[in-house]
Design a protein around this ligand. Structure first.
Ligand code: ATP
Length: 276
């Protein structure tokens, strides 16, 4: 892919997070800079506690401003998100910038059906009628190759497997065609078979709609299959960023070398062979 010719969708510059404590400010995220072009997948890797989730919450404006200072710029298609009024950011979240989290179970409440939660999300962001929202939800579930979508709409989250629920969440995230999807460890809670299926669907959707994806994972197998470019985080800093093959073949930073050396030899071949 000629990334040079593609437009920038997300531009992050000098984004930093400090935790306010009685003893003063503690830095959780040192100023980071990266951009995401249309249709690009940027992998964000790093060990536990390196700052991946803080980054993702800072991008989505989900950090508690009472306890955290968030500085720097997060521009989505040229619009500054950092410091945006909460009502405005709520309209953007879910519609223009979607979020897929690690544990799909926590994204759904057990008391409402999948269908009502799906339709609620659609109706919050669009002027569609209940009927239209239902049709859109069903076609989005079909698009994720989920069996019998009409029946699935009537079920509750606890009646579905983790893999199915994660695919439902991807269907919800993608149905409004967001420009950017932030996926925080989307497959970590899944077994290898479901992991592969979820990654395949995510990859297929990004190719179909040219969605840009920030893929957060500590799993270098997942990153090597999905990402075009990779940023490596350590202790709240991006210590290395490079095109995926370059990073895997010629890591520059000692920490990247250590991560690559420590990775289990798990093959996720087939993720990119969409439709085979
Ligand atoms: N609300 C918070 N209050 C205080 N410290 C926090 C808060 N959220 C995160 N941290 C700290 O910020 C650092 C980065 O955490 P973060 O959750 O971003 O790591 P991570 O790379 O996502 O790790 P994991 O892979 O385990 O999810 C950690 O030291 C964590 O303890």
């Amino acid at each position: 892919m000629d990334d040079g010719a593609k437009s920038k969708v997300l531009e992050v510059s000098g984004l930093q997070v400090k935790l306010k404590t009685d003893a003063g400010a503690v830095s959780l995220l040192e100023p980071i800079h990266f951009e995401l072009k249309k249709g690009q997948v940027l992998g964000l890797v790093g060990e536990s506690g390196s700052g991946k989730t803080v980054t993702c919450n800072a991008l989505l404006q989900l950090l508690d401003r009472q306890t955290m200072d968030v500085e720097g710029s997060v521009r989505l298609n040229g619009r500054e998100l950092n410091g945006m009024a909460s009502e405005e950011i709520r309209r953007i979240r879910g519609k223009e910038i979607a979020f897929i989290m690690q544990n799909p179970m926590s994204a759904f409440t057990p008391v409402y059906t999948i269908g009502s939660q799906f339709m609620e999300t659609i109706r919050t962001h669009t002027g569609l009628t209940t009927r239209q929202a239902r049709d859109l939800a069903i076609s989005a579930l079909e698009n994720m190759n989920l069996p019998d979508p009409a029946k699935l709409m009537k079920r509750y989250s606890f009646q579905l497997s983790g893999g199915m629920l994660q695919r439902v969440m991807i269907a919800i995230s993608m149905c409004l065609r967001p420009a950017v999807v932030i996926a925080d460890e989307p497959t970590t809670a899944l077994d290898v078979v479901n992991q592969l299926q979820v990654l395949r669907e995510l990859n297929r959707l990004r190719m179909e709609y040219d969605t840009s994806i920030l893929l957060i994972s500590h799993d270098l197998g997942v990153i090597s299959q999905m990402a075009d470019e990779v940023a490596v985080m350590q202790r709240g800093r991006i210590v290395e960023q490079a095109e995926v093959h370059q990073l895997f073949d010629q890591p520059q930073h000692d920490y990247t070398k250590m991560l690559l050396h420590a990775r289990p030899k798990l093959s996720l071949r087939g993720v990119n062979q969409v439709g085979e």
